[in-house]
Write a protein that binds this ligand. Structure first.
Ligand code: ATP
Length: 204
């Protein structure tokens, strides 16, 4: 079994890329989806967040009010540290559980981790795939397809590591600057590269 990290800036097309790798046969673990699952109302992580941040971070539907929480933690480094302490260990444990389960059925596992470069990674990876999209194209997609304001899209992009920093850590770059059909070709190339590394590592 070989595990690859997949990352990229917000709106770069990580989900589009991992979906395609999944269709080609990769086992997928999605860090963002794992966080959301663990933060659902009533889950231990949700209860710990509410105990620390108060009822103000719970929405009318009883679920976590993410914008309210983001408002707090992205304006106070101490609170950002606190939320990470409350969430990260549980996410690591749950991702380890998913990886173990997938290792029984898949030779290649792709871990979609948006902050792979920004944060400390403790998983031994066969390689890092960076989905790369020019900043103006990512902003255009986020505003037209995902309902972001231009200001929010810009703020989120500038809160992450730079495109250059991310590219410097890449073992393989998926160029997602063009159409979805072009992305299919890039992903086919990436899948072949993963298979070659997997075989070269002598994995069954
Ligand atoms: P996030 O960081 O928010 O998780 P992401 O990196 O996973 O975002 P996606 O959700 O895959 O990015 O892509 C952002 C939007 O752009 C989506 O609506 C997606 O369908 C669209 N998109 C991705 N790649 C392309 C492309 N090559 N051409 C057109 N639209 C695209």
């Amino acid at each position: 079994m070989s595990e690859f990290g997949l990352t990229g800036g917000i709106g770069s097309g990580k989900s589009a890329a991992s979906e395609r790798l999944g269709a080609l046969g990769a086992g997928l673990v999605d860090a963002d989806a794992t966080v959301k699952q663990l933060q659902r109302a009533g889950m231990p992580v949700f209860l710990a967040i509410v105990a620390h941040f108060g009822d103000g971070v719970v929405g009318g539907d009883g679920e976590l009010d993410r914008p309210s929480l983001a408002d707090i933690v992205f304006n106070d480094p101490e609170e950002l540290k606190k939320i990470n302490e409350l969430v990260h260990p549980a996410v690591r444990t749950d991702m380890a559980r998913q990886r173990k389960a997938l290792s029984k059925t898949h030779e290649i596992i792709v871990l979609d981790i948006p902050l792979l470069i920004d944060s400390e990674n403790q998983i031994e990876l066969a390689g890092i795939v960076v989905v790369d999209t020019p900043t103006d194209v990512a902003i255009e997609r986020l505003t037209t397809l995902r309902g972001f304001s231009t200001k929010d899209a810009n703020a989120r992009i500038s809160s992450q590591v730079s495109r250059e920093t991310r590219l410097a850590k890449a073992d393989f770059v998926v160029d997602n600057s063009a159409s979805l059909a072009a992305l299919d070709d890039e992903i086919a190339r990436c899948w072949q590269w993963m298979g070659e590394l997997h075989q070269a590592a002598g994995q069954p």
